[in-house]
Design a binder for this molecule. Structure first.
Ligand code: BGC
Length: 855
């Protein structure tokens, strides 16, 4: 046997907002290997810390491995590298060293006071804060820790300390507040320096559905700069009574929903530098105490992409409209020149209606930017602490129409690593997939939201419950979603196990235990374990999973069905009238009971995996009891269900409620018949949409699933694409065929939930699925469908690049796959009943029964 020459292709430490910034004392480590030889398996690995200590792992493990050294201490800096050995004995070179920096503080170290305006003149008043200080000779390092009740931008000597937006994001502030940790050494000089901040209300002062802000009326900021000197001494500059603040800032008004008003005439250049005269500034007020902040574990929000104006249009009333060609989330940046006092207004809309901006769907979110020119040459305008969901913008107030070259759309979102791609021979299907990606980009902004434009933008639990599998393919969303699950568990502990319908809780009536929404508590951790190989998230979320399932079980009637109480049901199925989305046609008790079974199953699995055997038995019994109750109440032996709907049958099949083969066949046939009778158009809402294609395809009706997927008449996934959609719509008919906006009160054009079918496209149409957590074992099971000539999915999996695709070659199908080193795949080819196993490397098979193998 020849010995392979492996190479470490990536080595990463579990980090927060930037590479190497580690928020926990025992971060996990992951690495991938590249090797030219097939069937490569790791025998072990060595991890070296600071060139001094080495830890050995004598196993194939390479994903999220426990920290093998003494726990990190606050402010520590290390370098680490790894090398791997194959079972054939071949040893790699050491990887490039990676940096590991503790981004957390010591217990009791946080001393910064929350400061704000002593005499605010209006609600949610933005303000500026500053403090001059001296840096002694011999500075080794400066690290800034900062947070806000609101949103802040920290500045040192005239420059923003980082490129992160809307820090510190939105968490249930009273239970969990995040601080950023920023190395600011390069911004500091020996001598006079200034630490300053621009502060606004952000989510903290936002009113949401309430007439008053949920958290507080005025923002506050807290900053703590740690100066480490080469002689070992430390100076701390923290927000306290020595700071000065002013409400006379050019940021006159700032609101997530309303937008911002910036008056450049009020700017006072130099306010964030040494030498500025702050005599007119106020003394600070100490604001509501903050819970001690913890280091960010999720990615930062950054400006990720810029789009130029795609088209200049003229509105029905003769105004200039700018079309960016893509519905996106972020803001418009303008280059302006004009007389002092000129007020430039930017309005945003996702769609046009009657040739004008379609503003009605924004409801209470006016999403308007105003900028008052200072009149001193070229001025750049863009908001700081808000964002908008839009494709079109209208800019008014200048003497003449703006030059589109002076207008740029800036796309912002949580800066996750893109990991998954899909492409096929079908341009509309590819555009659908692209729309799903944009839907995720628009709604992963510190928290997973329902929509990014109207007066919601909230962490609705049901939406991410259905979208998490898709999200976990498209981007490395483990850190992002794990952080949000932490918040979910915090909100839940105060509700006796109930999971609210949104996290953070943003509305007075959010404390409701609703099926398919609260089940985010069990489904999302399961997805993260499955897709990222993260057993830790199951461990940390297990109490949350257990408590939710117990809570839901307690809501069940004596007959075992969860058939009472408030439910959203199969929210927004196409049969519900525009004005009443609650009128979904599938029985709500059936939806709720199916989800109780699902949560009981997932909690059973997690308990078994974690060795919680008493819980495993208890939840297995609950699942069985509830399954039997469902079968008895909702499915006749003939296979007829109480609700003759697509969602009802999809649930019985996809949630494995009916387990008898003959019954499953009858259910599947009826489902296929219902779809056919509906002319192969979709009839599902949030609950049925993610599972219907799979329910059909896995039970003998792939052809029907394919016709549903490729249907272009509405309602269908592709109908909005034929109408020019560039994101996933909230409703199948957010825009009606006549080009008018759906009259319903809720009509967003950027809701990812109905895009959850993309997960099936990855796993089945292309055929790339996890067979074991983290893709340690891949399931290659492509399902060539009529209407496609080829399809392919590609994933940067935790073990490295994987791809699976197929193409037609005459009557034959060629399947090609690449399997990452240190993993194996189970292969199920079209037209062949038995599966087989392959190791890492490139593979191709020609399938036309009988199947031939080319390598
Ligand atoms: C949101 C949803 C959410 C729903 C609850 C809507 O207003 O936009 O996506 O899940 O309410 O039913």
């Amino acid at each position: 046997m020849t010995v392979a020459s492996p190479r470490v292709a990536s080595f990463v430490v579990e980090s927060g907002p930037s590479v190497g910034a580690v928020a926990v004392a025992q971060p996990r480590l992951s690495w991938t290997t590249a090797v030219a030889t097939d069937n490569w398996v790791q025998a072990g690995a060595e991890i070296e810390l600071d060139g001094q200590q080495t830890a050995r792992i004598d196993a194939a493990h390479s994903v999220l491995q426990p920290w093998p050294f003494a726990p990190l201490v606050p402010h520590a800096r290390h370098t680490a590298r790894v090398r791997v050995t194959g079972v054939d004995g071949g040893v790699s070179a050491w990887s490039e060293p990676i940096e590991i920096r503790s981004s957390f503080m010591a217990d009791g170290e946080w001393v910064a006071e929350p400061i704000g305006l002593a005499f605010p003149e209006k609600d949610a008043q933005p303000f500026r804060a500053r403090r001059a200080f001296e840096v002694r000779e011999g500075l080794a390092r400066g690290v800034l820790f900062a947070t806000a009740h609101g949103a802040y931008e920290a500045r040192i000597n005239g420059a923003a300390v980082d490129d992160q937006i809307l820090k510190p994001g939105w968490t249930p502030y009273r239970q969990r507040l995040i601080h950023e940790t920023t190395d600011v050494t390069s911004l500091l000089d020996a001598g006079s320096n200034v630490l300053a901040a621009d502060v606004a209300g952000g989510w903290y002062t936002q009113g949401f559905f309430l007439p008053h802000p949920r958290y507080g009326a005025q923002p506050a900021v807290a900053l703590q700069l740690r100066l480490e000197y080469t002689d070992g001494s430390i100076d701390t500059i923290a927000s306290d009574a020595s700071w000065k603040v002013t409400g006379d800032s050019p940021l006159v008004r700032s609101s997530i929903y309303v937008g911002e008003h910036w008056d450049a005439r009020l700017d006072t250049p130099g306010w964030d530098r040494p030498g500025f005269d702050d005599a007119a500034w106020q003394a600070v007020r100490f604001m509501e105490p903050m819970t001690t902040p913890s280091a960010r574990t999720s990615p930062a929000v950054r400006a990720i992409e810029e789009l130029p104006v795609d088209k200049v249009l003229t509105s029905a009333s003769g105004a200039q409209l700018l079309d960016f060609g893509q519905n996106l989330v972020g803001w418009v940046r303008l280059r302006l020149r004009g007389a002092a006092g000129t007020i430039v207004t930017v309005r945003h809309a996702e769609v046009l209606e009657d040739g004008e901006l379609g503003l009605r769907p924004l409801r209470g979110a006016t999403s308007t930017e105003t900028y008052v020119l200072a009149g001193d040459g070229v001025e750049i305008s863009q908001p700081k602490f808000t964002f908008h969901g839009f494709r079109f913008a209208q800019i008014t107030g200048l003497d003449s129409a703006i030059d589109p070259a002076d207008v740029t759309a800036v796309v912002i979102h949580s800066d996750m690593r893109r990991t998954g791609w899909f492409e096929s021979s079908h341009p509309l299907l590819d555009r659908l997939h692209e729309n799903v990606v944009w839907g995720m980009r628009g709604n992963f902004l510190y928290l997973p939201t329902d929509c990014p434009q109207r007066d919601e933008r909230m962490g609705w639990t049901g939406d991410i419950q259905v979208f998490a599998p898709t999200a976990s393919f498209l981007y490395d969303s483990n850190g992002f979603l794990s952080s949000w699950l932490h918040d979910l568990a915090l909100e839940q502990t105060e509700l006796d196990g109930m999971v609210p319908i949104m996290v953070p809780i943003a509305a007075g009536d959010a404390k409701r235990g609703v099926a398919a929404w609260g089940d985010a508590a069990t489904v999302v951790p399961t997805v993260l374990h499955d897709r990222f190989g993260d057993t830790g998230v199951l461990r940390t979320q297990f109490a949350s999973m257990r408590d939710w399932t117990d809570f839901a079980a307690n809501l069940a009637s004596d007959n075992g069905l969860w058939d009472t109480g408030f439910q959203y049901g199969d929210w927004l199925d196409p049969n519900a009238p525009p004005e009443d989305p609650y009128l979904a046609i599938t029985d709500k008790g059936m939806v709720a009971t199916a989800y109780l079974i699902r949560s009981a199953d997932l909690t059973t699995q997690a308990a078994a995996l974690l060795g919680e055997s008493t819980d495993a038995q208890r939840f297995a019994a609950l699942a069985e009891r509830t399954r039997n109750a469902f079968l008895a109440a909702y499915i006749a032996p003939s296979g007829a269900m109480l609700s003759e709907t697509q969602t009802a049958y999809a649930l019985a099949l996809a949630f494995d409620i009916a387990r008898d083969d003959a019954l499953r066949a009858r259910l599947a046939q009826r489902l296929a018949d219902i779809v056919a009778a509906n002319d192969y158009r979709i009839g599902t809402g949030f609950v049925g949409t993610p599972i219907i294609a799979e329910a059909l395809a896995n039970n003998g009706h792939l052809d029907v699933a394919a016709r549903l997927l490729l249907q272009t008449a509405g309602p269908s996934w592709l109908h909005p694409v034929t109408m020019g959609a560039t994101t996933i719509w909230e409703r199948w008919d957010s825009m009606l065929d006549d080009g008018t906006i759906n009259p319903g009160e809720m009509t967003s054009f950027n809701h990812y939930a109905l895009g959850a079918v993309a997960d099936w496209m990855h796993r089945s149409v292309a055929g790339l699925a996890p067979a074991r957590p983290g893709y340690e074992r891949v399931l290659i099971e492509p399902r060539p469908i009529a209407g496609l000539d080829h399809a392919r999915a590609r994933l940067d999996s935790p073990y490295g690049p994987v791809s699976v695709g197929w193409r037609r070659d005459g009557e034959r199908i060629v399947v090609e796959a690449t399997i990452a080193p240190n993993t194996r795949a189970e292969v199920r080819l079209p037209g062949r009943t038995e599966s087989f196993d392959v190791g890492s490397g490139n593979h191709a098979w020609i399938c036309a029964p009988p199947v031939e193998t080319t390598n």
